[in-house]
Write a protein that binds this ligand. Structure first.
Ligand SMILES: [Zn+2]
Length: 216
């Protein structure tokens, strides 16, 4: 460890991304207690889709995971992406039938990205791709803001809200490819269904999804 990183660790000791306890030197971004107690999703959180094949998620969106993701999305903790990427990459590798040619993500609208300063699903896709020794590419854009899905109720309401919100950004790189679409949280799957539908219409051979956390 370099002199400067030692000084930085004294000033800003690394903390567990989930529970915020100060970490031991050997910890890799999260603590032993969380390794034991995280709400790991049963059967890799697998859920079938209509437009996508299936979606996997390593964690349930509850407790310390939910609080961590809220800090990641709304309180500037963008560095959590590196740890989240490890969880997603491991989950993807543990599902051998999850085959893909291209890693991409569910984008924020440019207005929301400007106000937040970063696109959390893009960072997640880049971090996951890095863990898998691959790269991630943008395939979708969201030209307009719509009401946040989390503010809406059932699946029908969420599907109507999101309908037409995304367009394919580059049909050349999508054509004939199986796209692995990454997002942070999946609840009703409306957003993933919509995005996968757009990718299929743009010529994708198939879509498969991975989200860091899913509703219980
Ligand atoms: Zn912890």
């Amino acid at each position: 460890m370099s002199f400067f990183s030692s000084i930085l660790d004294l000033l800003f000791p690394p903390k567990c991304v989930f529970c915020s306890r100060v970490l031991n030197k050997t910890d890799d971004g999260w603590c032993d207690r969380c390794t034991e107690a995280l709400p790991y999703a049963d059967n890799h959180g697998r859920q079938d889709g209509e437009t996508f094949d299936f979606c996997v998620s390593p964690l349930y969106y509850t407790g310390v995971v939910r609080r961590s993701i809220l800090r990641y999305k709304f309180r500037g903790a963008s560095h959590y992406a590196a740890v989240y990427g490890k969880f997603l990459a491991e989950c993807i590798c543990e599902n051998p039938d999850l085959s893909y040619d291209l890693i991409s993500w569910v984008p924020l609208s440019s207005r929301r990205k400007r106000s937040r300063g970063y696109d959390q699903a893009m960072l997640l896709a880049l971090a996951t791709a890095l863990e898998l020794d691959e790269v991630a590419a943008q395939t979708l854009i969201k030209p307009l803001d719509v009401q946040a899905q989390s503010e809406l109720g059932d699946k029908a309401e969420r599907s109507a809200n999101i309908s037409g919100a995304y367009i394919a950004s580059d049909t050349d790189i999508i054509a004939g490819k199986r796209v692995l679409l990454i997002d942070d949280v999946v609840t009703t799957c409306s957003t993933l269904e919509e995005c996968a539908g757009v990718l299929l219409a743009a010529g994708a051979a198939g879509v498969i999804c991975a989200a860091l956390a899913r509703g219980e």
